[in-house]
Write a protein that binds this ligand. Structure first.
Ligand code: FAD
Length: 348
C-alpha cells in the first residue's frame, strides 16, 4: 500500500507531527517490483529514502521530502537441532512479542532484551542491548534487500560488524540495505546472562522469571511511549579515557564506572545528566524525564524544535560541567534524510 503526504505522528514513538511525502508499506516480497520502480524514480529525482520500523529510535526534525518504506514483513519459523533452536524471523515482527513468544514456548535466551520497543529488522541496526545482553549474542545471519539492485543478500554475524549500539547497517554505504529477515540461535541449554543490580536479589533463576523481573523494572523506570512520547535513551553512554574517568571518580566516588579495556571506561550518560541538575528541565513541550534523566520526553505538544533545543542544552551542559561530549543514540531525520544534532540546531 502506498500513501502520500501522510502524517508520521503514529509512526514515531516521540509522537512528532511530521509528514512523509510517500509512505510505502512493505508487507510482502511480491511488492518488490513496485518498490524497485519507486526507488528508481526517487533516485532520478534525487529524493531521500528512509527505511522505517516502529520509529522508536528516530526524531523527525522536519517533514520528510522523499520515500519512507515501512517494513511490515511478518513470519516466524523454527527449526530444532540437537543443541539449539534456530529461528527465522521476518523483519516486521514486533521485537518484544518475539521475546514473549520464545519465553512462552520455553526457548530462553532473549529475556534480558524484553520490552525493547521496535521491530526485529531494526534490532541489528544499532545492535540493541540491555542488562548485559545484545542482539549480536543470538544472531547467526541476516538477509537484506539492496534497494538499488533489487537483490537479496545474506550476511553472517561477523560480517555485520556488531559493536556497542553499532553495526555495518549504520554506515553510509549501507543506507540502501533493507533488512528483510534475521536468523537467531537460542541454546537449548539455557544459561542466565549477567544480572543487573536493579533486578531483584530474590530472583528465581529461570528465563521466565528474569523476563518478568525485567518487564517490571523497565515498566517502572521507563516511560511508556503510548502515554508519554519518547525514544528511550537519547544519548549513548560515553566511553572515555581511563584518566578522565579516574579524575571524575575521585571527585564523585559513587559515579557508575564500567571498564571496557585497560585504557577506556564507559560512563553512565544518565548519571552525568542528573548530576548536571537537568532532571525535569523543560523547553516548550519537551522535557528531561524526572525518573530517568537519559530519556527526553514529549509532554504532549512538543515540536521537533523543542526536542532539538533541549538535546543541545543537555549536550552543552555536560560539555561545560564534565568536558565530555555526549553523542546521541537517537537517529535524526530531516527533510533530506539523516542529519545530526550539530546540523539540526542550526535550523531551529
Ligand atoms: C521506551 C524505549 C526504551 C528503549 N530501550 C532500549 C534499550 O534498552 N536498548 C536499546 O538498544 N534500544 C532501546 N530503545 C531504542 C529502540 O527501541 C531500538 O533502537 C529499536 O531497535 C528501534 O526499532 P524500531 O523498529 O523502532 O526502529 P526505527 O526507529 O524505525 O529505526 C531505527 C533505525 O533503524 C533503521 N531500520 C529500521 N528497520 C530497518 C530494516 N528493516 N532494515 C534496515 N534498517 C532499518 C532505520 O532506518 C533507522 O535508522 C528504546 C526505545 C524506547 C522508546
Amino acid at each position: 500500500m502506498i500513501e502520500t503526504n501522510c502524517s508520521l505522528k503514529a509512526f514515531n514513538t516521540f509522537s512528532i507531527d511530521a509528514t512523509a511525502h510517500i509512505l510505502f508499506h512493505l508487507s510482502d516480497l511480491t511488492q518488490l517490483a513496485e518498490l524497485s520502480a519507486l526507488v528508481k524514480k526517487m533516485r532520478v529525482q534525487n529524493k531521500p529514502i528512509l527505511i522505517l520500523g516502529a520509529g522508536s529510535n528516530i526524531l523527525f526534525c522536519d517533514d520528510f521530502s522523499g520515500l519512507i518504506i515501512k517494513v511490515e514483513l511478518l513470519g516466524i519459523s523454527i527449526e530444532t537441532t540437537e543443541n539449539d533452536y534456530i529461528l527465522q524471523v521476518g523483519a516486521g515482527e514486533n521485537w518484544h512479542d518475539l521475546v514473549t513468544y520464545c519465553i512462552d514456548n520455553d526457548m530462553g535466551g532473549l529475556e534480558n532484551l524484553a520490552l525493547i520497543p521496535g521491530v526485529v529488522g531494526a534490532a541489528p541496526v544499532q545492535n540493541i542491548g540491555a542488562y548485559g545482553s545484545e542482539f549480536k549474542d543470538f544472531c547467526v545471519a541476516l538477509e537484506y534487500l539492496d534497494l538499488d539492485t533489487g537483490k537479496l543478500h545474506k550476511v553472517s554475524n561477523a560480517q555485520c560488524q556488531f559493536a556497542y549500539r553499532d553495526s555495518i547497517f549504520k554506515q553510509a554505504n549501507m543506507r540502501s540495505a533493507l533488512i528483510t529477515q534475521v536468523t537467531l540461535k537460542l541454546a537449548k541449554q539455557w544459561q542466565p546472562k549477567q544480572r543487573n543490580a536493579s533486578l531483584s536479589d530474590a530472583l528465581d533463576v529461570s528465563a521466565k522469571s528474569i523476563y518478568q523481573s525485567i518487564c517490571q523494572v523497565r515498566a517502572e523506570k521507563l516511560p511508556d511511549p503510548s502515554e508519554l512520547g519518547n525514544a528511550g535513551s537519547f544519548f549513548k553512554n560515553p566511553v572515555v579515557k581511563k584518566e578522565v574517568a579516574d579524575k571524575l571518580r575521585a571527585e564523585n566516588p559513587n559515579m557508575p564506572y564500567y571498564p571496557q579495556d585497560a585504557e577506556h571506561v564507559k560512563l553512565a550518560a544518565g548519571w552525568l545528566i542528573e548530576k548536571a541538575d537537568l532532571k525535569g528541565r523543560q523547553i516548550g513541550g519537551a522535557a528531561v524525564h524526572k525518573k530517568q534523566a537519559l530519556v527526553l520526553i514529549n509532554k504532549g505538544n512538543a515540536s521537533a524544535q523543542d526536542v532539538i533545543k533541549l538535546a543541545e542544552l543537555v549536550r552543552q551542559s555536560i560539555k561545560d560541567k564534565f568536558n565530555i561530549e555526549l553523542q546521541h543514540e537517537v537517529r535524526f531525520m530531516d527533510k533530506l534524510g539523516e542529519t545530526d544534532l550539530a546540523r539540526a540546531i542550526q535550523n531551529v
